[in-house]
Design a binder for this molecule. Sequence first.
Ligand code: MN
Length: 750
Amino acid sequence: MSSTPKNNFTTPEEDRLIEEAFKEVLDGYLSSNHRKKVEIIERAFAFAKEAHKGIRRRSGEPYILHPIAVAKIASQEIGLGSTSICAALLHDVVEDTEYTVEDIEQNFGKKIAQLVEGLTKISGGIFGDKASAQAENFRKLLLTMSEDIRVVLIKMADRLHNMRTLGSMAPNKQYKIAGETLYIYAPLAHRLGLFAIKTELENLSFKYEHPEAFKRISEKIAATESQRASIFEHFSAPIRRKLTDMGLEFTAKARVKSAYSIWNKMEKKHIPFDEVYDLYAARIIFECDDPAKEKSICWQIYSAITDIYRIHPDRTRDWISNPKANGYQALHLTVMGPDGNWVEVQIRSRRMDEIAEKGFAAHWKYKVGEGDEESELNVWLSTIKDILDNPEPNAIDFLDTLKLNLFASEIVVFTPKGELLTLPADSTVLDVAFNLHTRIGCQCIAGKVNHKLVPLSQKLNSGDQVEVLTSQSQQPKPEWMDFLATAKAKTHLRKALRKQQQPIVNAGRLIFEQFLRDNEIKDDNIAITKVMGLYKAASREDLYYMLGNQEIMLNEYVVKTLKKDSSKTKRILLKLIGMGKEPETSAKKQQEPAPEKPKINTKKTYVLRYGDNGETNFRFAGCCCPVPGDDVLGFIADDGEVEVHTLDCPRAALLKASYGPRILSTSWEVSGNRFLAHIRIEGIDRHGILHELISLISTHLALNIRALNIRAEKEIFYADLSLLVTDVGAVDDLCAKIRRIPGIQKVARI
Ligand code: MN
């Protein structure tokens, strides 16, 4: 934190304040289980006080109050001992004053000096202007961490105090520090099992990043407090009675969620405050001297609660048999409260509760030794050590690797200007676009991730730099819904689509109504349901849209279907699958396959021959267009010829169901020493790209092209190319050339 010298003296009133604050640190330490090394703590205090003499914080208070507060947090909220308290008192001395690490070592010994050095190294913002600088700081942070985890724990205390006093910082700095806290420190606190600190850090960041929302939610929490208290009283009374009867010593309390986590839930689920039903969790903490008995007591309490309330079948979490990686232990269950809402109940022993609140530091207090819980942390620390011992060629890769471990459910990406965006995991380029602006979202055509062109459905990873490409001619598309991860983007897309489609839907409705009138069909639910079924429309709007957009036409065939009963539905369906969406009257002429006896032996595998010149002993089905080498089945058609369908062809599924005896299992045989090579090409469907692709392939006429199948899905296209070749080199050569076409993302032999 920045400091400003104002005058060299503190007032007597301030001196009293400083002594009082330090006394609180000492008193807290003396009442803990640690050894009583008061002398060195007092010396560290005197040293720091002298070193920061005359310096004031931006708020105007004497600077020394900050290290004292950090020492207090380290001792009382994290549970650290005298070495850490001294290091906390001295943590800003080397950075902000004339004193050096050597001075510290001479006065307080090697260990404390090392901690202060570690803290000095990682001080300052984790985020500088350049990503590599950030990575370097991050690396330092973890490097010192793996040497002595206390450095990170004290840093956590430092950050917490800075966040608690953030109000006196300049607003632009507030924003930066709050963002950094949410990005780095809160997840790190979570990893270390410092739940109380993690929650407070998140909440404070939230307060400065979204002051309006924070105020609104905090007020609502306060306003509903008495109501919540009476509901909890009503809920917990029978549990208290029962546990008391069982002879247990315990406390039962309601823990309200933080404003931040409520806000998070409202944002994620798009619900108002009143609909966040799990505003609080009930927590039962029982006293128990013998750690060996804790588990069975937890389950006794569990059973007692489920005798009283109905349990939610899928929401029991046993963190006792399988503690979380950060050491968290508890038994969670969710039951139906008397007011009809689900309530989560967390059952913990006093020891588990301290570990939950204070993290791994609490383990030291209980001296678990080489227990399982500690080894979990060791696994994580050694992973970090491994990565540090084999540094990646560039620091950004290193940061990415670590971030994978740190943030599983959230990702953070950079805009080209270096701004950070936090998004849920699985977010795509399109999420970023909508996050920036609805208009950018609606006009998004593709993106650049780390300077590489990608489709807008591209999923992002933490650390990605994302640029959004837009085009005036782009229109929002319904299928975009499938790959959006943020609620915000989905809402905006839905709005945009509705706006865009409304005129078409209206036109379609008029067409449909006119059609019914013209053919004297009653306009009722039956008619529209039948037509919706015929065209597989998901809703009325869907059907109207297809009509208005001229994707489908209402013709005589539909009239007949509507006027007749449904005895021929199956036949119609069969034809629809074969013919695509539009039923044609001419389709009627086609006869059902006659059940004549096939000449081919259906018990044997039918060998599909595919000769040099393309001559075959079968024909490809038009519906699914298989390619030699595909997984296919044969169907003996009416003319006795074998028709080949892909295994996943819907028509084939129907044929299998209706004409089982005429289905053949098949295998491919390609003549000569030639073989079939398949190339899968993926790219962004930009204007002209297919033309370039096809003209490139056609310059390779020497290659015996057997099939070229192009299909577009959203804005990406896939091309499957099958070649009959004698030489692998020719295929590789073609692949290399295709890869050079701009917009082509992937070329692979399959
Ligand atoms: Mn500090």
